[in-house]
Design a binder for this molecule. Structure first.
Ligand SMILES: Nc1ncnc2c1ncn2[C@@H]1O[C@H](COP(=O)(O)OS(=O)(=O)O)[C@@H](OP(=O)(O)O)[C@H]1O
Ligand SMILES: Nc1ncnc2c1ncn2[C@@H]1O[C@H](COP(=O)(O)OP(=O)(O)O)[C@@H](O)[C@H]1O
Length: 251
């Protein structure tokens, strides 16, 4: 607050003006401040300060005398954010092999929710590359902001996914398993990476020479049935239904 109640030395006043970034005072000191002329400096500074004190005092009196103004706790908390957005933030963690359709589902899901007026944000392995742990932390922040965070990462190890789950409050982590067989992912091979992995040109490729540990307790399993796994839109609707039924899309 810009208010001083005790008499100060000119140096203190000068510092006070500097800290307060008071334009008028600083201009004065820029013009004359090179000379060690503190008594001369004191007068205009004090005049400015007195004016400030008077103004601040008047304002304080007005506030004190007003019957209408009360001091409010201004807490924009979780509930306030939920009410604003009409949704509850969470992390939808889509896991599965490369080529299983994680990114495609994330887009369809984000679009489906957007059309319902829900705020989402996609964390894709391709746009966040700082290691699984920090991705979990980022996702957690989004969820705390009451955004529906859609994370799509292979995240092949149960231990790592469990660590991310543990970061979130109960119900805040919704694991979606793209249960698509390796043969289908490999046949799709949109980036040609399986071919390179099979040729030994990429080492430690998930599903080829590095394991993928399927979830044991995923909230949603999108299973491939025969040749069909459902269109991205149908899969997204399945996830949205889960959210609707459990009250994530209302407050
Ligand atoms: N060794 C190896 N194994 C699997 N995938 C590999 C590998 N090297 C690069 N890629 C490509 O990088 C993408 C993996 O990114 P992710 O962040 O989703 O993976 S992880 O969660 O960190 O395991 C993954 O993207 P998606 O195909 O979209 O899943 C691959 O294209
Ligand atoms: N539900 C689906 N049905 C058929 N093909 C799909 C489906 N979802 C994704 N695909 C196709 O599979 C390939 C890999 O999808 P992508 O979303 O990039 O997978 P990931 O992010 O898991 O690597 C793409 O060519 C995409 O068009």
């Amino acid at each position: 607050m810009f208010r001083k109640t005790t008499t100060s030395s000119s140096t203190e006043l000068y510092l006070f003006a500097l800290i307060s970034n008071h334009k008028e005072t600083l201009n004065f000191n820029l013009t004359f401040g090179d000379h060690d002329d503190r008594p001369r400096l004191l007068e205009p500074i004090k005049a400015v300060e007195d004016k400030e004190i008077t103004c601040a005092h008047d304002q304080e009196e007005n506030v004190r005398n007003s019957m209408n103004i009360k001091w409010h706790e201004c807490l924009v908390d979780k509930l306030a954010r939920q009410e604003l957005l009409k949704q509850k933030g969470c992390v939808i963690w889509i896991t599965g092999l490369s080529g299983s359709g994680k990114s495609t589902l994330a887009c369809a899901l984000s679009r489906g929710l957007h059309l319902r007026g829900k705020l989402t944000y996609i964390l894709d392995g391709d746009n966040v590359r700082h290691g699984l742990n920090s991705e979990g932390e980022v996702a957690k922040l989004f969820a705390d902001a009451e955004i529906i965070c859609v994370a799509c990462l292979i995240s092949p190890y149960r231990k790592d996914r469990a660590m991310c789950r543990a970061l979130l409050p109960k119900g805040g982590f919704i694991e979606v398993f793209m249960d698509v067989p390796l043969q289908i992912c490999e046949a799709r091979d949109p980036k040609g990476l399986y071919r390179l992995a099979r040729a030994g040109k990429i080492k430690g490729f998930t599903g080829i020479d590095d394991p993928y540990e399927p979830p044991l307790d995923a909230e949603i399993v999108l299973r491939h049935k025969g040749l069909d796994c459902g269109s991205p839109r149908e899969l997204a609707e399945e996830v949205i239904l889960y959210l609707e039924e459990r009250g994530y899309l209302e407050v």
